[in-house]
Design a protein around this ligand. Sequence first.
Ligand SMILES: [Zn+2]
Ligand SMILES: [Zn+2]
Length: 123
Amino acid sequence: MDDQALRTVSFHFRFKFLAITTIAFLLYVILSSSSEFDQFASSMQFKLMGPYFICAGILYFVFRKFPVKCPYCHKTMPTKKDWHCPDCDKTQGKDRFLMEKCIHCKQILATSVCDHCKQEFRL
Ligand SMILES: [Zn+2]
Ligand SMILES: [Zn+2]
């Protein structure tokens, strides 16, 4: 496969990482919770849930905006632009985040092309 040879910027990995840590945290809260709700509501885990989800929400927006670095020329690129979809061969028509689905064919972008060196890389 040609795709395997492409270098990756681990863009989608950011969100997978965030999702996995959130699930792990929820599992921890559920598994360590007391059967009595009164006790559970005053526990440390319960008090941490609010701040945790606020942090996860902030991280999500930071991750989405944080520029990616081209693995070939090491220049940074914005994550929001009028990107070209390789699946339906259309551009988005407006600035959209790389993590969003294609406006036309609803495919998630797997690869992108560097604005500077025109090399293709995996997201
Ligand atoms: Zn480049
Ligand atoms: Zn498309």
